[in-house]
Design a protein around this ligand. Sequence first.
Ligand code: ADP
Length: 274
Amino acid sequence: GEPLAVSARVAPLGSRLVLLLVEDLTEARRTEAVRRDFVANVSHELKTPVGALSLLSEAVMDAADDPEAVNRFAGRMQVEATRLTSLVQEIIDLSRVQNDDPLEGAEPVAVDDLVAEAVDRCRHPANAKQITMATGGAPDLYVWGHRGQLAAALGNLVENAVNYSPARTRVGIAGRRVPGPGGDLIEISVTDQGTGISQADRERIFERFYRVDPARSRATGGTGLGLSIVKHVAASHGGEVTVWSAEGQGSTFTLRLPEAGSVRSGESRKDESA
Ligand code: ADP
């Protein structure tokens, strides 16, 4: 590992006593390195579409008397602009989930609502690839948290399942209650029949901007930020996200979150009070 960084201060206490203050700076240093990496990555990711837009706009001007070429370049400009928009949106989402306290404004959130919203968000790309979305009803399941953040997390998992699956496959989304150490937990799993993820990549996909295949991710409008948002949301809600995968067969991402009923002990769940 890396050497331990310490700051030591010697405080004289009377004539013979010496107090040695040792502070572990490793953590502070690591946070700073992560922040620096993030800024470098963001700059790089933003420069790519901006650079492309700038080149394409020059190409449009040069091709002014060739309407077909103008059309083609304009189409590519639109793709880059869309990429830029989703990148900016995800950077904003990420900074939001990192800074907003999810338990401020927390409420019981119906798993069925989250699933419906996630499916809705992916309806267009799923239809285009004839991917079947299979959802089992989970009418009595409620998680405790920030509705918008939870919807963003599940939406990202379903979006990935659709993006990294071949045509005419199936994406399954299911919720169930499982016993946890401090009360029941709700598990929401998203299963696809896609490319799968190798063991080495499974260890890194939750890092910001990490992509197994950057060209493929870019082609589907990916930013490499989705799973880091999911991980943040899960952790800040007192839950976790895990992945199981077999290469060439598919993957299952599982979100585990505190059940609304077990967090708000003494209060009735929404389904019971409605
Ligand atoms: P991206 O915007 O690239 O999808 P994510 O953070 O959501 O970024 O995912 C990181 C990488 O993990 C993706 O680029 C892809 O390589 C891989 N990945 C995520 N979900 C899946 C999946 N369901 N099947 C296969 N690979 C996946």
